[in-house]
Design a protein around this ligand. Structure first.
Ligand code: NAP
Length: 554
């Protein structure tokens, strides 16, 4: 990586004017910067961290690794980048992902458009000038007719509900705010709170290093073997020859990726055939099992049988039957929480120095000076790792003061849950765009395919406004309502509603509950995006420019 960038401490007396403001330096923000650069628009981008990378910049915890194939979890907009970059593993680790991000940023000269160490606090629409004003924490003001929030669905770490963390005298770490220098746990007693995708990756890694590891598990997750492999040069050469086709498959699939998704109904094949298909998927590794049948998220009985299959695998690996039993998820459908991929996660519990603390039976009461106190007693710790997740989907946007038309705030608009059109635009907030926002496929499809789709849609919309000398656009309330009805109608049939997760907002106290993601699949979502742009953005309120372009830019 290049060296860290200096904090933004300057305070500008006069607002800075550009065509487009972009908030966020993850995959979405980086592509937006590139796209608008290519289109010849002036822009200013912001990132709270000291460099690019988004979640991969912040999440440096041991074992952090993507759980989609690297060749799929990469940009598709540049065939040069596809050809020049070589992935070393089927599922890239966080350091390699950061190297890829650095490669792209350097290749496309993206960093000079960013203000790093700059957190935007407020975004306000000026109806007369048809401008967004963004104010940074340092008080600097930036103005542009268009604002893109590429703030990501997983940006605001969730702090646990229990108290006492301020009294803990050992080392306290949050997975989502990991230090840049390596942390050595050798010889230490370590506690990990949380067993979602993050906690599982940490446990399997730190379990090999720590003197003692205590895993504080509330809800067990279903996890399946990742079966990561190095990528051989011959295979990479093949991928590069066929990248165009690989991307076409991804774009027209329900998950925006290359994993096969069967339409076969679970009970349409015999018991022996089902068992053989599940065994195959288990041996294949990755998320293969999720794609083995087409009805796992709508047929509860089918889902339960697959859950039983995974529970039987846990019992095969974990030698202590009582521990195996505690690790078996129950009471919610498999895949209704984000499915996790692991490398020897369950095997970790066979190590004599790794202990599972069941927080369903004996909840954490508080952190103490020396460790964690649960209803079962006190656990002395040298280090405590919080893998407690995020205020997902809406957290990053609601952390800002976003003020739209007539002084209406985003917090008011979303007080009963997020409403949007396509997860990209908001009625009442002209010229404000989101990438991978709530009510799009959000967490249910490949985030890079989605970011590219959303940025392309936004760019087309902005170029349409400029070509027709229009000052602003926003979906009408009717358009937004129709989209929300569709999102909600599809969500009602999904078993995702039956688990308490960040997907439905239930991990944050007081947050409106409900599945606010488009579950109709990425390919269908793209069709809806294309339809929304058709006929000159019918379904949107388009306003003439209030002032001539020259006056705005002056
Ligand atoms: P998460 O899935 O929300 O899991 C948070 C965990 O913390 C849960 O097990 C939760 O238990 C537990 N927890 C929270 N407060 C607690 C408390 N007071 N006491 C005990 N346990 C507590 O968060 P995550 O693991 O960070 O994952 C979030 C998302 O990030 C994933 O769904 C995925 O989209 C993404 N991710 C992806 C990868 C990858 O690509 N490989 C890796 C990591 C993360 P309860 O469920 O009982 O609340």
């Amino acid at each position: 990586m290049t060296t860290a960038h200096m904090p933004d401490t300057s305070s500008c007396a006069q607002p800075i004017h550009v065509d487009v403001l972009i908030v966020g330096g993850g995959f979405g923000g980086m592509y937006a910067v590139h796209k608008f650069k290519q289109l010849g628009l002036s822009l200013q981008a912001f990132e709270a961290g000291s460099d690019l990378g988004g979640v991969w910049y912040w999440n440096r915890y041991p074992g952090a690794r993507v759980d989609l194939p690297s060749i799929d979890y990469s940009y598709s907009f540049s065939s040069e980048i596809e050809q020049e970059w070589n992935w070393s593993e089927q599922y890239a680790g966080q350091p390699e992902l950061l190297r890829y991000i650095d490669f792209v940023a350097t290749r496309l000269d993206l960093r000079r458009h960013y203000r790093f160490n700059t957190r935007i606090r407020r975004a306000e629409w000026d109806d007369v000038q048809q401008l967004w004003s963004l104010t940074s924490e340092a008080g600097d003001v930036y103005q542009a007719p268009f604002c893109i929030m590429a703030t990501g669905p997983l940006s605001i770490p969730k702090q646990p509900e229990f108290g006492g963390l301020e009294h803990f005298t050992g080392r306290l770490l949050h997975a989502a705010r990991w230090p840049h220098e390596p942390v050595d746990f050798s010889g230490q007693r370590v506690g990990v709170v949380g067993t979602g995708s993050t906690g599982i990756q940490i446990v399997q890694e730190v379990g090999r290093q720590a003197r003692e590891l205590f895993v504080f598990q509330r809800t067990p997750s279903f996890t399946m073997p990742m079966r990561n492999t190095p990528l051989e040069p011959a295979y990479l050469a093949e991928v590069k020859r066929h990248y165009a086709g690989i991307r076409d498959v991804a774009r027209s699939s329900p998950i925006g990726g290359v994993r096969p998704q069967s339409t076969r109904a679970f009970f349409s094949v015999t018991l022996a055939q089902r068992q053989a298909l599940l065994e195959d998927a288990w041996k294949h590794g990755g998320l293969a099992m999720l794609g083995t049948f087409g009805d796992l998220m709508i047929n509860e009985e089918a889902n339960e049988q697959v859950a039983d299959f995974v529970r039987s695998k846990i019992a095969e690996v974990v030698t202590d039957p009582a521990i195996a039993d505690k690790l078996k998820p129950r009471g919610y459908p498999i895949f209704a929480r984000r499915p996790c991929l692991d490398t020897d996660y369950y095997e970790t519990y066979n190590l004599p120095h790794v202990h599972l603390v069941d927080c369903l039976q004996t909840p954490i009461l508080s952190a103490t000076e020396g460790g964690i106190r649960t209803a079962a007693g006190e656990f002395p710790l040298d280090a405590l790792i919080l893998a407690t997740g995020y205020d997902g989907l809406t957290g990053a946007l609601l952390a800002l003061d976003v003020v739209g038309r007539k002084g209406c705030t985003l917090r008011e608009k979303w007080q009963h849950g997020p409403r949007s059109h396509l997860g990209i635009m908001l009625a009442g907030f002209p010229n404000l765009f989101m990438t991978t926002g709530p009510n799009g496929p959000a967490a249910l499809a490949n985030i890079i395919r989605m970011s590219e789709n959303d940025v392309d849609w936004i760019a087309n919309a902005i170029m349409h406004l400029r070509a027709h000398d229009l000052g602003s656009m926003e979906p009408t309330h009717q358009t937004e309502n129709e989209w929300m009805e569709l999102v909600q109608a599809l969500a009602r049939h999904s078993l995702i509603n039956k688990a308490k997760t960040w997907w439905v907002g239930s991990n944050i106290a007081g947050k409106p509950q409900g599945l606010t993601q488009f579950v109709g699949g990425f390919a269908k979502y793209r069709e809806h995006c294309a339809a929304a742009a058709a006929h000159g953005y019918a379904g949107h309120h388009l306003e003439p420019r209030h002032q001539p372009a020259a006056a705005v830019a002056a």
